[in-house]
Design a protein around this ligand. Structure first.
Ligand code: ADP
Length: 586
């Protein structure tokens, strides 16, 4: 198609008159103006394009510089990564989604004993001799599937005929579209740590065995001590009832006090080792708390009076009489605190106050306070007072007797009973030891343990008792006490003799020591119960033993014994057990 100007030129050539020329000229000029405007536009566009070209070219120059820099940086990074991979003391490998190696570091090559090109494209089973850890492969599959990392996979692998332990972390590798394209694994050699752990485990086992043996040893030694202690205390008791001069009587009292102190010490050591061995179990029986207070009053008042101290027990009226708990351990905690209070008080008084705090879910919460007017405790010693072997250095005090075990035992016992224990003290003025315990309120009166005082020793009737005991001193003590109660006694020295005597005579009661030569009391009782199985005969048997470990009592009762008394026993405690077993008063 012809442009407008070309058409006008054609038209101009074809002109025949001047009039037509003028008109044509006008049109021509008009078209020229339009063309000029077009040209200007094009020129403007050209200049703009030229500018943009320049900008683009400068941008290009800059981009190429940047690109160069980035490439340089990337090269440095790659170099660093490669150095890292070759120097890191770990086995590093990359795998694709089919779990084939795509890259491994130098350490890994050394571990496997193959060059990188021999490893790439292979799976773990192909490069480790006899490798068959499905668990590990399962974990790799999990990483590829879930996209989650897995840490600390420990396994033993064989390397050049020696076994090594490695710990591995595996994590997924994602592309820019967040798709999993493989995984990276980093393993560390933990053979040494494993050996150390093993050594540590063995050492711990040995230490535990040592502690166990130590506790067993302490428990058995203190138990063995109790038998001769029984002799000393029992014979002193008998001797005190004979005709003595005042001097002899005083000396005997000294022996008794020392023996009693030694017994307290032995009991502390025994209790402590039993608690430490985790063997201490609490009783859970109905008991009359007033009887516990009566008993404490009896023992403590005497001690306080010996030092011209006043001893008082104040109890809230609304404390329920019958509670469920462990009266023996409650008594032990209170006596420990009252004994300490007396020991560390020279003037004034010791008060045991028992307060009813609240009841909740059939439980009564009681607070026991033992206050004294003694030497008190320095503030800095208070925080460690309930720790084992804690003994406070008191400048003015000459009293350094004791093991420092008592309060730690109290703390352990209150902890076991879900209670708390504490102390407030002002040096030079006195101390107030307190503990709080929950007890279940009993609606039955349970089987009460009769703790009786000295009663009339009149003999109303005679019963025949067989005493099986191998230790001659213990025989003497038991015989003396049983005779005092009015029994006729026959003595044998072992379980076999006890069975022989049992077969010959009908005894009202057998008192059976447990540890005896030839046949122990436990076996003898079982045999007697077997004999009795098809008859109407049942001879009451009381176990009398120095075994004071928890659980022993249950064992004896299971063997068919009717009662249990641990040595050293008092006249009253023996009488109380016999009364319970015979179910008769005498
Ligand atoms: P110990 O058998 O040595 O008395 P404890 O554990 O019962 O052991 O007591 C630890 C220490 O606490 C005691 O040696 C004594 O220094 C201090 N202590 C205990 N009770 C009192 C008290 N009522 N007054 C002053 N000090 C006390």
């Amino acid at each position: 198609m012809q442009s407008r100007i070309e058409q006008l030129i054609v038209k101009l050539n074809e002109l025949t008159s001047c009039n037509d020329f003028s008109e044509c000229k006008q049109q021509f000029l008009h078209e020229l103006i339009k063309v000029k405007a077009e040209v200007e536009k094009i020129q403007f566009k050209y200049e703009r394009a030229n500018k943009e070209k320049n900008i683009l070219s400068s941008l290009l120059t800059r981009t190429s510089i940047d690109l160069k820099k980035v490439t340089e940086k990337l090269e440095i990074r790659a170099e660093e990564l490669s150095t890292l991979l070759s120097t890191i003391p770990a086995y590093v490998y990359f795998k694709d989604v089919s779990l084939k190696y795509v890259l491994v570091n130098q350490f890994f090559e050394n571990l496997v004993g193959l060059k990188s090109n021999e490893i790439i494209g292979k799976q773990v089973n192909d490069i480790f001799n006899g490798y068959s850890n499905d668990v590990y492969l399962e974990k790799e599959r999990f990483v590829i599937k879930s996209g989650d990392a897995v840490y600390n996979i420990e396994e033993e692998i064989e390397r050049k005929k020696s076994k090594r332990w490695v710990s591995t972390n595996i994590a997924p590798i994602l592309n820019t579209e967040n798709q999993i394209i493989g995984l990276i694994g980093i393993s560390w050699d933990i053979t040494e740590r494993k050996h150390n752990e093993e050594e540590l485990r063995k050492a711990k086992e040995q230490a535990e065995a040592g502690t166990f043996a130590k506790n067993e040893f302490i428990a058995s030694v203190s138990h063995e001590f109790r038998t001769p202690m029984n002799g000393i205390l029992g014979l002193s008791d008998i001797m005190q009832n004979t005709t003595l001069t005042t001097e002899q009587s005083d000396l005997l009292k000294g022996i008794t006090v020392s023996a009693e102190n030694l017994l307290v010490l032995l009991n502390d050591v025994l209790d402590f080792s039993v608690i430490e061995a985790g063997k201490m179990e609490l009783e859970f029986i109905t008991f009359n708390i007033k009887k516990v207070f009566d008993d404490i009053n009896l023992v403590t008042k005497l001690k306080a009076n010996e030092k011209s101290l006043e001893f008082l027990i104040q109890t809230d009226e609304n404390i329920p009489d019958f509670l469920i708990g462990d009266p023996v351990r409650l008594r032990q905690i209170i006596l420990n605190l009252t004994n300490n209070a007396i020991k560390f008080t020279e003037k004034g008084r010791v008060v045991l106050a028992v307060k009813y705090i609240r009841s909740e879910d059939n439980k009564a919460f009681l607070r026991f306070e033992v206050a004294d007017t003694g030497i008190g405790i320095p503030p800095k010693a208070i925080s460690s007072l309930f720790q084992v072997f804690s003994r406070v250095k008191q400048e003015k005090s000459k009293l350094i007797t004791g093991t420092g075990l008592g309060l730690s035992i109290c703390k352990k016992l209150t902890d076991m009973m879900d209670g708390t224990i504490g102390v407030e003290s002002v040096q030079g003025k006195g101390s107030l030891f307190w503990f709080e315990l929950p007890f279940i309120i009993s609606d039955s009166h349970g089987i009460e343990c009769q703790i009786t005082g000295e009663e009339s020793e009149e003999v109303s009737y005679t019963k025949l008792v067989l005493l099986a005991e191998d230790n001659p001193i213990n025989q003497k003590i038991a015989k003396y006490n049983l005779q005092k109660m009015g029994f006729e006694i026959e003595v044998v020295s072992n379980g076999e003799e006890a069975i022989q005597s049992y077969c010959k005579r009908n005894y009202d009661l057998i008192i059976m020591d447990i540890q005896m030569p030839v046949m122990n009391g436990y076996q003898a009782t079982k045999t007697i119960r077997d004999v009795e199985r098809n008859s109407a005969r049942h001879t009451p048997i009381i176990a009398l033993t120095a075994n004071a470990m928890k659980g022993d009592k249950e064992l004896y009762l299971e063997a068919g014994m009717d009662g249990y008394l641990s040595k050293p026993f008092t006249y009253d405690s023996l009488k109380s057990v016999i009364k319970n077993v015979l179910n008769e008063d005498f």
